[in-house]
Design a protein around this ligand. Structure first.
Ligand code: AMP
Length: 162
């Protein structure tokens, strides 16, 4: 979708993939195959579109689900990281006790763009004591080189835009 949410941004909308049962199942199959051997105990997904795939994947993997939310949304005590976006700045929060026991944690979101959000999510997971096993995305906008911000962290992206 061109010029959403701002002029100059070409927005990769995942709703057609989500509304197609076969396509959604295939995406979850591919995520599940990649991460099952890693013994994922928690899927930590990024608000809001990451929740959709992350929740379903957590169930597939027999893992728990932890939301990484925009500021002031979580009710209990939180830890926060701030970061730069492709369009603006933002912050993510996690419940400070969400990753007690250092569970093996997979970070999930819909789109990897500049990588600022995913890098912040990974930092939040690690600072909260989680054992970060990798990151999974439906789409990687590879021309924005977000993977560079995740150096050393395994990345799965189902669709790459070179
Ligand atoms: P970034 O921090 O630049 O990697 O941005 C990633 C976050 O912003 C993800 O949560 C995406 O949902 C969203 N996002 C950024 N750019 C786009 C885009 N061009 N199309 C769709 N979503 C995007």
């Amino acid at each position: 979708v061109p010029d959403f949410p701002k002029p100059g941004i070409l927005f990769k909308d995942i709703t057609p993939l989500l509304s197609d049962a076969d396509c959604l199942a295939l995406a979850l199959d591919l995520f599940e195959q990649r991460w099952r051997p890693d013994g994922v105990e928690v899927v930590a997904a990024i608000e809001a579109r990451g929740f959709i795939v992350g929740g379903a994947l957590a169930d597939r993997l027999g893992a728990g689900f932890v939301p990484l939310r925009k500021p002031t949304k979580l009710p209990y005590r939180t830890r926060r990281v701030e970061y730069a976006l492709e369009y603006g700045t933002d912050a993510l929060e996690i419940h400070e006790d969400a990753l007690e026991g250092s569970p093996r944690t997979l970070v999930v979101d819909d789109v990897l763009a500049t990588g600022g959000t995913a890098a912040a999510a990974c930092r939040l997971v690690r600072e909260s004591g989680g054992t970060l096993v990798g990151t999974a995305f439906l789409v990687n906008l590879a021309f924005l080189e977000g993977a560079k911000k995740l150096s050393g962290i395994p990345i799965q992206a189902l669709v790459e835009f070179p």
